[in-house]
Design a protein. Structure first.
Lengths: 273, 570
């Protein structure tokens, strides 16, 4: 992530979190944090506990982020924000925490908003997964899926389609929501099944390799410790412990974590495509 | 091809369902987008790229350090002996590897075991250079509370800590100075062996000090069985205690778990050392004092029987080459403690005090002030004595030269503060200690050895603070030698006979150890100085020491070359 992208992200984060920009220059950004952002970005849980317990006026901090370390402001404390700096990591974590669950309605577009006819919205469940391929090494992918809660139809890269519309938190006038024919839990089960199929189709040479390494290591362990009968108790437990370590280190697996989940109510069209 | 097991984490589902039911706690579109972007930014795109390099600021790892990081993660799978020679940055390598694993989410719980004198330094380096939230272990509860803990091996292996540490699986264990694990019958070895660890880094500049078995023991900590079991190893690879056989194969096996970079091959941008002896002529009063003190020391030395008074005499003899104030302080202490009453000061001491009073100027201080004024750049000046340090501070201040003091006794914050002032504002730092932790002065390239320690290690430490990786200029070393004194002889020995100043002598400590089998070098030098009758005699004896040093060095190099062959794998 370069400094331009990083600044862009930071500005959008601050805006989305109700922080005020006090001063913005090419090299730095001075901001008044909102209470919520202060709690996420500044490590002072006791302060907030105290303020809330005692019912005191909250006093969130001002921070000055520097993007160009050559040119910090001279008159105040400022911190260099870069990809990998603790503060920016907190910012990324906070963003993930706060944007995890969403429920949105499509904003009526074009002529349809003037039409007097009322329309039903189809409910979709959108899920972003972080799929991690783990052995002694690791790689991830972030994937988007959507499932029509009426028909059970599943779409990959669902987020791309969501980008085609405008969204609002409230159900617009003259719109009503069609009731889903499956529960959230069932829908999630369907997506998991779908993703499992997808993963089964993939090439898992990495896992085979990891398995090979694991077996080699286990062979070494066998060669190192004496055979069953000659083993002392101590050696036996050392051997088991070492075998466990090898498995811990190498055994290949796929972990699927949630990035975000959302209910999206869409006008129509999508399910017919 | 078989699909590995898939695990869906569903902890989020009840929370989501709850939001649906209560219709609250929803994010808006912007936050929803930010969360996805944040997840994409933090996701790890490939198995075998290095991500840590883009996330570091303020350090620029050297090519060999990046290479080590890649090899440890990609080829050695996170279990390795990092055996670079001293000064090539093993700490940096370990930091890079740790950082990479943290970014990839493969490591969370980390323990770093180092000698107790290095705990704070390691913690600071990880915090400052790598932005890794490591803490120094101080209290027993800290083992659980923090994910990344730096502790001393001696603490960790002792009760009550031992049990806590052994019950906790560590994703990564780093052990610095791992040659302390060469003997499998020690508590240290067994402790590390018992620990539950996923990845493990052992750092040592000397993986084989003496016997082949040491290497076997180290490797067996990392990967028991890599070199077979003990009898197999002895049969396949050991021809004698210090002799290997089937060397090619052994080398190959070792290269799977050990990486060693050497100065010679690493093409390090290490700059030159330019050494200059500054002869200093004493005033007649100073000469008289020197003579007086030397005679006094010589008289007493022959009759001194306990070690403590011998040491005081040794100090006195050295101090008289440093400053009048230092001598005064030591004399004062010597007789204040010993005799209590003023009246009982012996006449010969009284005589010395007279001589001290007569000295009103210091030729050495003047030379220092002149030299520093002419340098017009940062200078670090080392002296062994507090009194000298204070005297120099005063002298420089009176000339309007900004200097800061530095002492071992300062606490960490004060040390940092002094270093910062030196870097940003002061021209001179006057330091009484060179060893210890975390004094890195690469921004300075003029060293004055105002007085000369008799122990070569201390000299090497002084120079090492400045002449190290990251030094961009040639380093100027000025050795002050008062003419006609012991100091002149010492410098002659260190400079001409041991060749201490021109270049780094690898593993100086080991060479000195073999030289000091019976008596310490310092004691030896003192004896020579005290018992020799003429300068010529002194020089002869010193030449012998020099020759013995060169022999020991030669021997050490040869033996090392033999071991090196095994470790040298590129």
């Amino acid at each position: 992530m370069d400094q331009i992208a990083l600044r862009n992200f930071t500005e959008r984060y601050l805006e989305a979190n109700g922080c005020r920009i006090m001063e913005s220059t090419p090299s730095y950004l001075h901001t008044q944090l909102s209470i919520e952002a202060d709690k996420d970005l500044v490590n002072r849980p006791y302060y907030w506990m105290y303020v809330e317990k005692m019912n005191l006026p909250a006093n969130p901090l001002q921070l000055c982020f520097v993007f160009d370390p050559e040119n910090p402001p001279e008159d105040r404390r400022a911190e260099y924000l870069f990809y990998g700096s603790p503060r920016f990591r907190q910012l990324l974590r906070s963003a993930q925490k706060q944007g995890k669950f969403v429920r949105l309605y499509q904003e009526p577009s074009g002529w349809s908003q003037f039409s007097s006819q009322s329309k039903g919205y189809t409910p979709w469940l959108s899920v972003h997964y972080l799929v991690s391929y783990v052995c002694d090494q690791k790689k991830d992918r972030v994937s988007s899926y959507g499932i029509n809660l009426q028909t059970g139809q599943i779409k990959t890269d669902f987020a791309d389609e969501l980008h085609c519309f405008k969204w609002t938190l409230k159900l617009p006038e003259k719109r009503y929501t069609l009731s889903p024919r499956m529960t959230i839990q069932e829908a999630v089960g369907e997506i998991e099944y779908f993703l499992t199929e997808e993963l089964t189709e993939e090439d898992h040479e990495w896992a085979e390799d990891a398995h090979k390494r694991l077996n080699e290591e286990l062979e070494q362990v066998n060669a190192y410790f004496p055979d069953g009968a000659k083993q002392t108790d101590e050696q036996k437990s050392a051997k088991t412990a070492r075998q466990r370590e090898c498995i811990w280190q190498y055994h290949p697996r796929i972990e699927v974590d949630l990035v975000s989940a959302g209910l999206f109510y869409l006008e129509n069209g999508l399910q017919n495509q | 091809m078989n699909t590995p097991p898939i695990r869906f984490h569903r902890e989020w589902l009840p929370i989501f369902q709850d939001r649906v039911e209560t219709d609250s706690g929803w994010a808006n579109w912007d936050r929803f987008q930010l969360a996805i972007e944040a997840a994409k930014v933090t996701a790890v795109p490939e198995f075998d790229t290095l991500l840590c390099l883009d996330q570091l600021q303020g350090i620029e790892p050297l090519p060999h350090q990046i290479d080590v990081t890649k090899r440890v993660i990609q080829e050695m799978r996170g279990r390795a002996i990092l055996a670079d020679e001293v000064g090539l940055g093993k700490t940096i390598e370990a930091g890079l590897i740790l950082k990479e694993y943290l970014i990839r989410g493969l490591v969370q719980k980390v323990l770093i075991l180092v000698p107790s004198s290095l705990v704070l330094q390691w913690t600071r380096e990880l915090n400052q250079k790598f932005q890794i939230p490591a803490v120094a272990q101080k209290k027993a509860w800290m083992w659980d509370k923090y994910d990344i803990v730096v502790a001393s091996m001696d603490t960790a292996k002792r009760d009550p800590h031992r049990e806590v540490v052994l019950s906790q699986p560590y994703d990564l264990l780093i052990v610095d100075e791992a040659h302390k694990l060469k003997n499998r019958r020690t508590k240290n070895w067994q402790f590390i062996s018992e620990m539950q660890k996923k990845y493990c880094l052992l750092l040592t500049a000397t993986p084989v000090q003496n016997e082949m078995e040491e290497l076997y023991n180290l490797v067996s900590l990392l990967k028991p069985g890599q070199l077979g079991n003990e009898s197999r190893f002895n049969k396949d690879y050991v021809a004698g205690k210090r002799l290997a056989k089937n060397e090619d194969q052994l080398r190959q096996e070792i290269s799977r778990v050990l990486i060693r970079n050497r100065r010679k091959e690493s093409n390090l941008p290490l700059t030159e050392r330019i050494v200059q002896t500054i002869p200093i002529e004493l005033t007649p009063e100073e000469k008289a004092l020197y003579k007086g003190v030397s005679n006094f020391v010589r008289d007493r030395y022959s009759s001194a029987n306990d070690l403590k008074s011998m040491l005081s005499l040794l100090v006195l003899q050295k101090e008289v080459c440093s400053s009048r104030d230092a001598v005064f302080l030591t004399l004062f202490k010597l007789f204040q403690k010993g005799n209590g009453e003023e009246a009982s000061i012996p006449p010969e001491v009284n005589h010395l005090i007279q001589l001290l009073r007569a000295v009103t100027t210091s030729s050495k201080v003047e030379a220092a002030v002149d030299l520093i004024s002419s340098i017009d750049d940062k200078v670090i000046l080392f002296t062994e004595y507090r009194a000298t340090q204070e005297m120099l501070m005063r002298a420089l201040a009176s000339k309007g030269i900004h200097a800061v003091p530095f002492r071992g006794g300062f606490n960490r914050n004060k040390k940092d503060y002094m270093m910062e002032i030196f870097q940003k504002r002061a021209q001179v730092m006057i330091a009484t200690e060179a060893g210890g932790e975390g004094i890195n002065l690469q921004f300075c390239h003029h060293i004055i050895n105002y007085d000369m320690p008799w122990n070569p290690m201390r000299v090497e430490q002084r120079i090492g603070r400045v002449h190290r990786l990251g030094q961009k200029n040639d380093v100027h070393i000025y050795n002050f030698a008062t003419i006609g004194t012991i100091e002149e002889h010492i410098i002659w020995l260190l400079h001409e006979k041991i060749a201490l100043f021109e270049s780094v002598i690898g593993e100086l400590e080991t060479i000195l150890e073999s030289l000091e089998k019976d008596t310490s070098l310092e004691k030896n030098l003192m004896d020579i100085m005290m018992k020799s009758k003429t300068d010529e005699e002194i020089r002869n004896q010193l030449s012998q020491i020099g020759a013995r040093f060169q022999n020991a060095k030669e021997e050490h190099l040869q033996e090392r070359a033999k071991k090196e062959e095994l470790l040298w794998t590129k």
